[in-house]
Write a protein that binds this ligand. Sequence first.
Ligand code: SAH
Length: 299
Amino acid sequence: MTRVRHNISSGSLPRSGIELAAANPPARSFAFLPRFEPGWVWLTGAGPGDPGLLTLQAYHALQDADVVYFDALISDDILRLIPNDTPRVFVGKRAGHPSLKQPEITSKLVQSARSGCRVLRLKGGDPFVFGRGAEEAIALGAAGVPFRILPGVTAGIGGLAYAGLAVTHRDYNQALTLITAHDALGGLSSALDWEAIARGSPVLVIYMGFRLLDEISKRLIAEGRAADEAVAVVSNASTGKQRTVVTTLENAAEEVKQAGLEPPAMIVVGEIVRLKASLDWAESAFTSIAETQQAAAGI
Ligand code: SAH
């Protein structure tokens, strides 16, 4: 191992981390990244929106892919990272337009892979968290198409951190439940044991529950949660459009409506929400980003 010797006599002892890094530069190679081979599908998590939350694997795969199939929740900032000449195909749901059925999406992936493309399937958050990643992977495997999973930052953990919401704190909760609130028909999920959830988990992190907030709150109160329990609803987490409403179970639906919040949004129920005031590192930053952008645009 080569040791870096500092020239004490010159009086230039490195002090900061930056100076130390300059004295001992890291190997700037990404040789540890897997090779994206033709004929493979990489099911890739894009995180909740901030392109900085892409993994190194995801970023490099976007550069190497021959085609990218992406969902509705992929932010424009992330799509801009795809090289201009790489075909990108929207396969998500868009209001007012018929959406592709899951088998149609899978068959596009299979066809592309069989034609020898490196196929990147880009999904919001983490592909295995309420993202149908497992369904797609199983279908690819059944069709004999090799696949790799590139995990991503899920909205219900990393996205919430951008709103000063820590999903665990050892003084508050030793368990955490991730929930998708609705069933295949869009109503409040009847497959869930709401009583057990209300009783058993101090923190509930609810995906796809925005339009059902009123029903969810009422159901939780009916199953024994306190009407004044803290709730946060975070829309567009980690993007420049992030907004948060902090409220209580009994007031949540009304206050979110008053505030004019829009989906996509996460709902968090639990006393950890009360720590937000001490953990809020990002929302003030978003304000200053918005102000900077407005100043630059002369608004
Ligand atoms: N696989 C994704 C979740 C897909 S389900 C993940 O791991 O994050 C889609 C739901 O995720 C939305 O209805 C919303 O509840 C939540 N969601 C995704 N991105 C979000 C964001 N940037 N801000 C708030 N909620 C988000």
